[in-house]
Design a protein around this ligand. Structure first.
Ligand SMILES: *[C@@H]1O[C@H](CO)[C@@H](O)[C@H](O)[C@H]1NC(C)=O
Ligand SMILES: *[C@@H]1O[C@H](CO)[C@@H](O)[C@H](O)[C@H]1NC(C)=O
Ligand SMILES: *[C@@H]1O[C@H](CO)[C@@H](O)[C@H](O)[C@H]1NC(C)=O
Ligand SMILES: *[C@@H]1O[C@H](CO)[C@@H](O)[C@H](O)[C@H]1NC(C)=O
Ligand SMILES: *[C@@H]1O[C@H](CO)[C@@H](O)[C@H](O)[C@H]1NC(C)=O
Ligand SMILES: *[C@@H]1O[C@H](CO)[C@@H](O)[C@H](O)[C@H]1NC(C)=O
Ligand SMILES: *[C@@H]1O[C@H](CO)[C@@H](O)[C@H](O)[C@H]1NC(C)=O
Ligand SMILES: *[C@@H]1O[C@H](CO)[C@@H](O)[C@H](O)[C@H]1NC(C)=O
Length: 461
């Protein structure tokens, strides 16, 4: 079993203080960890930011916490193009039935493992959490409950979750991690359909925005960029692996399937011989295909990103503001969703200033140094945590954690330490131009641009 302790906050203290965001492949190579460089199929892990301490600042008390949590490790999905369960099961069949004819007489053929290989992807489990996904979420719930124990003084917690089965189940395991059997009495779940009906309350805004969803906005760009990038990085791998087959011409699609088999076998059985077909540079180019696609799909390269991320950010801002005026404000906010929701929210918060619709990620080469690595931000069980502190100077401060590491906010001043500590004074945070439109008007902008369904109840995040 993989060591879960790698996700513990306490280990953050020992995390490297070198930021991997500003180096090239040579520098990345040292940090290379197969399971942490698989884009959104990466194992849960802490990102390498600037290594700021995650401890609560000494002069401050925690007053509010907001969790936006991705579901855990899963089986292949049904609607995922080249990585769909159907495609991968087909590839498993082809390898086993010889329609992808491996030449076993070649000494040290790297595919020779296929002879005794037992495939693990099963069409029956399509879209479901894996057992590791259940453990990840249970463990995360326990860690969050332990860290924020003093905020957990309510009788009942309102848990909002996108209604897809694996997200609902993730929220349940997490709640068991927080409350054990008491979870039955301590939680009230709200399931938000993954269609247009929840409007701005949605936890999958790319679906609840009718103009965006019905016109397939961004989709063409995503597909074209993905294809263009695969045409850049795959041919040399195809040429390298092709000689190990007899009378067969390997395709880019075949090799793409091998990458996915590597990633999914890792999540389902913790190891995969397919991974040994690739070197670190191959894997990081595979990783980059996720970054190219997610940056365009409602991410920082999309003109729609502030529209899609806006409602969560405005709701978050309203909840943060509530501490100024209300004596019994809500302290704990829990929301469960998908990777495709978290990236737009983080973009609307100003996390990825180096990538814009005018300056998208290139599809001609992998630049290595750029902010929005899906591996770092939305691996399986990835999360965005917003902490609100009240400090000795009587001011409130905001801090974001990405997968339990402090995200180094730089746009709104310093915290009480008066040095770059990842904290921003609340009003400076809310009024910073990078997120002002979202914190003040995110919901109206969404409703207006999307022609979204009006909501009669507002869910708070
Ligand atoms: C092998 O499996 C593939 C994918 O399922 C299928 O299309 C093909 O017909 C099979 N070939 C043989 C020889 O069974
Ligand atoms: C839940 O609440 C009911 C009614 O108050 C109580 O009888 C039951 O023991 C509680 N269950 C748990 C697991 O706390
Ligand atoms: C398989 O590989 C062997 C050794 O390299 C080679 O002699 C043979 O021609 C190959 N067979 C086919 C069908 O390509
Ligand atoms: C593989 O591609 C080459 C070059 O296009 C072609 O000559 C050859 O017939 C193809 N082989 C098979 C088995 O399709
Ligand atoms: C809430 O508090 C803020 C900051 O102290 C203040 O500017 C605002 O007017 C208050 N709003 C209400 C509705 O009292
Ligand atoms: C905020 O909205 C205004 C008015 O629509 C617009 O001019 C401005 O560019 C927006 N700012 C950002 C950072 O998107
Ligand atoms: C908020 O956004 C709506 C819709 O785009 C726009 O009509 C309105 O002027 C904006 N309000 C402010 C205060 O910027
Ligand atoms: C909100 O509207 C929906 C349908 O439009 C309705 O089913 C629901 O009862 C309404 N909820 C409230 C609290 O009014």
């Amino acid at each position: 079993m993989r060591p879960l302790s790698s996700s513990l906050w306490v280990l953050a203290l020992f995390a490297s203080s070198v930021s991997a965001r500003f180096s090239d492949f040579e520098a990345f190579k040292d940090k290379f960890n197969l399971q942490e460089n698989l884009g959104t199929l990466s194992i849960y892990h802490q990102p390498y930011f600037t290594g700021l301490s995650t401890a609560f600042p000494e002069s401050c008390e925690i007053r509010q916490v907001h969790i936006l949590q991705r579901h855990g490790s899963r089986n292949p999905a049904s609607d995922d193009g080249l990585s769909s369960a159907i495609k991968l099961v087909e590839m498993q069949d082809k390898l086993l039935n010889g329609s992808l004819p491996i030449n076993y007489t070649i000494p040290n053929n790297p595919f020779r493992f296929v002879r005794s290989w037992v495939p693990v992807i099963n069409i029956r489990n399509t879209d479901q959490l894996s057992s590791m996904g259940r453990v990840e979420l249970f463990e995360m719930g326990r860690e969050v409950f332990t860290r924020y124990r003093e905020l957990f003084d309510a009788d009942v917690y309102y848990i909002n979750t996108a209604a897809q089965q694996r997200v609902k189940e993730s929220a349940e395991w997490y709640s068991y991690g927080m409350f054990g059997e008491e979870m039955a009495n301590k939680t009230k779940f709200t399931y938000l359909a993954e269609d247009e009906s929840p409007g701005s309350n949605s936890l999958s805004n790319y679906n609840s925005c009718p103009v965006y969803a019905e016109n397939n906005i961004d989709l063409k760009e995503v597909n074209e960029a993905g294809l263009a990038w695969r045409n850049v990085f795959l041919p040399s791998i195809v040429n390298r692996l092709n000689p190990y087959f007899s009378n067969y011409n390997l395709t880019n699609e075949d090799v793409t399937s091998f990458f996915y088999l590597c990633a999914y076998e890792l999540t389902l059985k913790d190891e995969s011989d397919f991974c040994s077909l690739f070197n670190p540079s191959d894997i990081m180019n595979f990783e980059y295909s996720y970054d190219v696609e997610y940056s365009l799909y409602g991410g920082p390269s999309s003109k729609w990103v502030n529209v899609l991320g806006g409602p969560y950010v405005q709701s978050l801002a309203n909840s943060l503001r509530s501490v100024y005026n209300e004596s019994d404000y809500q302290k704990v906010f829990l929301a469960f969703t998908h990777d495709g929701q978290i990236i737009p929210v983080e973009t609307a918060l100003g996390f990825f200033p180096d990538i814009t619709p005018e300056h998208p990620l290139p599809v001609t080469h992998n630049p290595y140094s750029y902010s929005m690595k899906t591996s770092s931000f939305v691996p399986f069980a990835g999360n965005l945590i917003t902490e609100l502190f009240h400090c000795q100077d009587q001011k409130y401060y905001v801090r974001h954690l990405v997968n339990q590491q402090v995200f180094p906010l730089t746009d709104c001043g310093y915290g009480p330490s008066n040095s770059p500590d990842g904290m921003c004074e609340l009003s400076a945070y809310l009024n910073s131009p990078v997120r002002y439109n979202s914190t003040h008007n995110g919901t109206d902008i969404f409703n207006d641009a999307c022609k979204a369904k009006p909501v009669n109840v507002t869910i708070n995040y």
